[in-house]
Design a protein around this ligand. Structure first.
Ligand SMILES: *Cc1c(COP(=O)(O)O)cnc(C)c1O
Length: 426
């Protein structure tokens, strides 16, 4: 076969972009060469609908072993009794849990999207908001942290069947124990969506969602640094409180309901190449060096938050407990939007994303904030002194936002810094 230059030239351009730029998107990371190799492997050729040992296709004897390995390592990593590693993404994992736990029209609670929640937690354009009835809890305007008292009041009034802990843009840790108390009082199941902090939780650097949460969903590609994908976990299996039916009739245990909700409920054949890569990533995350990585991610985030604060930016909630921070631009630059900053920084090879801040006065398309995360640059080896330099460069660009000379000068400095931290051995 002739090489497809069109596609592979583009892949090479993307590699160059990743090599030369400062990657500060909080949900991104750089997977290892072994994770990439597994993702690009012949496992992609195999159909394996079903689960290890009970498939709808022959020839699954090898993929059964990689999938079982992924399950076993996931359970060890999070101290869980049960895992399903088939969800194609975080949103797919959530869709399966909703299908398993709710019926159309049922009420559930999640963090307000403009306060850091995720689209799959009740956005009107997502199935969670179309098929079910989302009710939001919020952060407090004074502190920028979750208002658990208000959450309890709303829960007691609305009586949701499911409550979701977790966010895409929340810089603080979660009080899962407190949320479980509220969920128990309201008669709700508690789901923790740890898509963002999963790697830091696996490294035991943040509060553990187990044993407090009934179910956990996560992505595998954010702080966990695996291939793009999702996963569902349970600390302990439990009896499905609502006796939901599956294609096999009434199923009592939640593990069976969840398995059925993933396949055939919301997906067809699993991505066995990605599942093999998940097994590799979980193996990496079980190693002591991963814990050191997680610690450095957090040290870098704290150093950046401190540097932004000392330059007069408002960091929401006053700092960060995890790998990300939200900068409310309004205190220092009331006329500059998050969108403008995102688009300008890209020209300087610095990648961040515009983000709503709590109680934002602008739309999600403009925003008054930016979200910044340290997982990717930390994988490359950057330490506190380097990320603080990047804060200086970001501030230089924003302070003179239409100045092309500043952008060009900053880009040269970013490229030089990144050259010191090669991504791969090759
Ligand atoms: C990223 C994220 C997801 C979605 O993950 P995808 O793999 O993009 O579908 C779900 N929930 C939260 C909280 C997230 O941050």
């Amino acid at each position: 076969m002739k090489k497809d230059h069109k596609v592979f030239d583009l892949i090479d351009q993307e590699l160059q972009r990743q090599l030369h730029g400062a990657e500060l998107i909080a949900s991104e990371n750089f997977a290892s060469e072994q994770v990439l190799a597994a993702t690009g492997s012949v496992m992609t050729n195999k159909y394996a609908e079903g689960y290890p040992g009970r498939r709808y296709y022959g020839g699954c004897q090898i993929v059964d072993q990689t999938e079982q390995l992924a399950i076993d390592r996931a359970k060890e990593l999070f101290g869980a009794e049960w895992a399903n590693v088939q969800p194609h993404s975080g949103a797919q994992a959530n869709a399966a849990v909703f299908l398993a736990c709710l019926r159309a029209g049922d009420t559930f609670m999640g963090l307000d999207l403009s306060h850091g929640g995720h689209l799959s937690h009740g956005a009107p354009v997502n199935l969670s908001g179309i098929l079910y009835r989302p009710v939001a809890y919020m952060v407090s305007e004074d502190t920028g942290t979750i208002d658990y008292e208000q959450m309890e009041k709303i829960a007691m009034k609305e009586k949701p069947r499911l409550m979701v802990a977790g966010a895409s843009a929340y810089p603080r840790d979660w009080d899962y124990a407190r949320m479980r108390e509220i969920a128990d009082k309201a008669g709700a199941l508690l789901l923790a969506d740890i898509a963002h902090p999963a790697g830091l939780i696996a490294a035991k650097l943040l509060n553990a969602p187990l044993p407090h949460c009934h179910i956990i969903t996560t992505t595998t590609h954010k702080t966990l640094r695996g291939p793009r994908g999702g996963m569902i976990l349970m600390g302990k299996d439990f009896e499905n409180p609502w006796g939901l039916t599956t294609p096999k009739g009434k199923v009592r245990m939640m593990s069976a309901v969840l398995d059925s909700a993933v396949f055939p409920g919301t997906q067809g054949g699993p991505l066995e190449h990605v599942i093999a890569a998940k097994a590799v990533a979980f193996g990496e995350a079980l190693s002591p060096t991963f814990r050191e990585y997680g610690k450095q991610v957090m040290k870098n985030a704290q150093a950046m938050a401190g540097a932004f604060t000392s330059k007069g930016y408002h960091v929401t909630s006053g700092g960060t407990d995890n790998h990300l921070m939200l900068i409310d631009l309004r205190s220092k630059f009331p006329d500059i939007t998050g969108k403008k900053v995102e688009n300008t920084l890209v020209l300087a090879d610095i990648t961040i994303n515009k983000n709503m801040v709590p109680f934002d006065s602008r739309s999600p398309f403009q925003t008054s904030g930016i979200r910044i995360g340290t997982p990717a640059v930390t994988t490359r080896g950057l330490k506190e002194e380097h990320v603080v330099q990047i804060v200086d460069l970001i501030d230089e660009v924003i302070s003179d936002i239409d100045n092309e000379h500043v952008i060009a000068r900053v880009r040269a400095k970013v490229n030089a810094l990144m050259k010191e931290f090669p991504l791969f051995a090759w």
